[in-house]
Design a protein around this ligand. Structure first.
Ligand code: ASP
Ligand code: MG
Length: 446
């Protein structure tokens, strides 16, 4: 049994759907097909999460609806009627969530709304494949991927999930050869829809592969494989033919967007190879990620933009080490703010984090320079409502620490670094923080 994952770009238009059908017709054996939301649908759905006026809301839903219906019409589904019934139901459900699901919990509302993108896309993909003579069964991942209730970053309960995978997916595949299901979404122990984190469809493919002891996972992409840098940001990239699980997990963790960071663990645990291949050139080798631990032959570099560099110093001038560090970490964990890089000195703790869309820093009027060059003093949050995430974290930290920050910085990670690559990436830039280990250098640049 193989697991194939098709991302949003692979199913965004008629050509994409045709390629999915071609790839499946030329694959022998059983295939579990994991599909993302079409094109930029997830981004479009995210816009519906904040409260909007009825007019704005209808406009946005109307655009998403028109995009899906136009695509379904364009592929001329022979049994258009049944797909249309499903899509009508999906959009009815979406409207109910947007209009009526007013949870106090922003993330819970987010998951109800945003999870619908995958449901719609798989209804079209499954219907299209049937029309092309590719028999398959549509399975609702919200009844298969079982998680806790950490909305937007749900933790998978592998034991419960494995039971569902066996009773639904494995059972169906014996009869139908192909199953189509959604990436990225699942169901919480409170029976609510959840998501696994942005770009989480890769992770779904790995979870299902783990639970079925699949022979391999293939992620079909609009790039020839895993490259040593993001081709959208750098011109001179090279494709990597092979990557070890260890390098892959490090690169994904540092932000290489080609694979979701949680994807590697389930595959490594069962020694299942992961292929990243081009859906426009399906017979090309792509990249293979497996247990072979040979190091990479070229430097790989990853940029994370829209970062905030925070600098914390205890107001009472006590050392950062010892109990301050554990207090700080508890605080980060409690508010679910992920640390991308950190460093400490006697009385300073510097940490680089993603900028949160809900974090509003207040620019200080008195720019002072501290060890990381932060010139903005965090005076307080400007949030009217209850602060969450980064804002809540900072509100709490400010009780005992002076908090300075630099926003809009870039975090660069180079694995298997060399000096020419460092020089190239740091040219005309100001390095605020730098850390080197044997294989990796990380730098925060302004
Ligand atoms: N549709 C989701 C996203 O765009 C999940 C995925 O594409 O993997 O984040
Ligand atoms: Mg996507």
């Amino acid at each position: 049994m193989k697991v194939y994952k098709f991302g949003g770009a692979s199913v965004k238009d008629v050509e994409g759907l045709k390629r999915v059908a071609d790839i499946l017709s030329s694959t022998k054996g059983d295939v579990i097909v994991v599909v993302s939301a079409m094109g930029k649908t997830t981004n479009a759905l995210e816009k519906l999460v904040p409260k909007l006026s009825v007019v704005e809301m209808e406009k946005l839903i109307g655009e998403i609806e028109e995009y899906h219906l136009a695509l379904a019409r364009a592929v001329k589904l022979p049994h258009w009627h049944s797909v249309n019934v499903e899509l009508e139901r999906d959009f009815r459900e979406l409207r109910v969530f947007v209009q009526e699901f007013n949870s106090e919990n922003y993330d819970e509302r987010y998951d109800h709304i945003v999870s619908m993108g995958e449901v719609m896309s798989t209804h079209i993909v499954s219907g299209y494949l049937k029309g092309e003579g590719i028999n398959n069964e549509w399975i609702d991942a919200r009844n298969v991927i079982m998680t806790d209730d950490t909305h937007r970053d749900a933790k998978v309960d592998f034991e419960k999930t494995e039971k569902q995978v066996k009773s639904q997916i494995v059972k169906s595949i014996k009869q139908n050869r192909i199953v189509v299901t959604q990436g990225f979404i699942g169901k919480s122990d409170k029976q609510h829809p959840v998501t696994l984190g942005r770009e989480g469809s890769d992770y779904t493919a790995a979870i299902i592969a783990y639970c079925t002891d699949a022979e391999s996972v293939t992620i079909w992409k609009d790039v020839p494989g895993v490259l040593n840098a993001d081709p959208k940001k750098f011109a001179d990239t090279v494709k990597l033919d092979h990557i070890s699980y260890q390098d892959a997990i490090e690169l994904a963790y540092y932000g290489a967007s080609v694979i979701h960071p949680k994807t590697i663990k389930p595959l490594q645990n069962k020694n299942i190879p992961l292929f990243v291949k081009s859906f426009t050139d399906p017979t090309a080798a792509g990249t293979c990620i497996d247990t072979d631990s040979s190091p990479l032959s070229v430097p790989c570099y990853i940029s994370k933009t829209n970062q905030v560099l925070l600098s914390l110093s205890p107001k009472d001038f006590s050392f950062i080490a010892e109990e301050n560090l554990s207090l700080i970490f508890d605080c980060f964990a409690k508010h679910k703010v992920k640390v991308n890089m950190m460093q400490h000195s006697a009385i300073n703790f510097s940490v680089c984090i993603d900028n949160d869309e809900r974090f509003v820093g207040v620019v200080g009027v008195d720019p002072r320079v501290n060890p990381i060059g932060a010139t903005r003093d965090l005076l307080g949050s400007t949030h009217g409502s209850t602060p969450t995430g980064t804002t809540a974290l900072l509100d709490e930290l400010r009780t005992n620490y002076r908090v300075l920050y630099n926003d809009n910085v870039e975090l660069f990670t180079i694995r298997y670094y060399d000096q020419p690559t460092i020089d190239k990436l740091t040219k005309d830039r100001n390095i605020l923080l730098e850390q080197r280990s044997r294989y990796t250098v990380q730098m925060v640049l302004k």
